[in-house]
Design a protein around this ligand. Structure first.
Ligand code: SF4
Length: 148
């Protein structure tokens, strides 16, 4: 199963913000985009979505930037992936030319169960969990701003 680019970017963004120390300056959207090696426009769209979900806040003006909320720090990776990926099946059985097995397909049921198992395996993980060592220290090493 392959995640959409926006799903992975949302997770990367939350991970990046999770390693910002309390005393450090909050990174801007442009800085997070540079750190994650993605175009600013893609990052800005994902930041807007995460803000709408209450997982990060964007402070404007001098000294402003992006910060993870408590909800963002404790967010379930599985819930976030479900939310970004949507409710669609992994196979498009009806698009374009509908599949002739569509009305009675055991494979489709099996794929749905496999998809749910995939999400379920990510449900217990939080954003805080996935920035534990060695990922967190690595993230700090590539960021444009640190606790210094
Ligand atoms: S074989 Fe089954 S899962 Fe595959 S496209 Fe056809 S209906 Fe969907």
């Amino acid at each position: 199963m392959r995640l959409m680019r926006s799903t992975d970017l949302a997770l990367r963004t939350l991970m990046r913000l999770a390693v910002v120390g309390r005393e450090a300056a909050a990174p801007t959207t442009r800085e997070v985009a540079a750190d994650m090696a993605v175009p600013y426009t893609h990052e800005a769209k994902v930041v807007a979505e995460l803000q709408k979900m209450g997982l990060l806040e964007a402070r404007r003006g001098r000294g402003g930037g992006l910060a993870l909320t408590e909800a963002g720090r404790g967010a379930s990776v599985g819930a976030l992936v479900r939310s970004f990926e949507g409710a669609g099946d992994v196979v498009d059985c009806e698009g374009g030319t509908p599949c002739p097995l569509n009305s009675a397909c055991r494979l489709r049921d099996a794929l749905r169960r496999a998809q749910e198992a995939f999400y379920a395996s990510l449900d217990p993980l939080t954003v805080a969990d996935i920035v534990a060592s060695p990922t967190g220290p690595l993230l700090l090493g590539i960021t444009t701003r640190t606790d210094d």
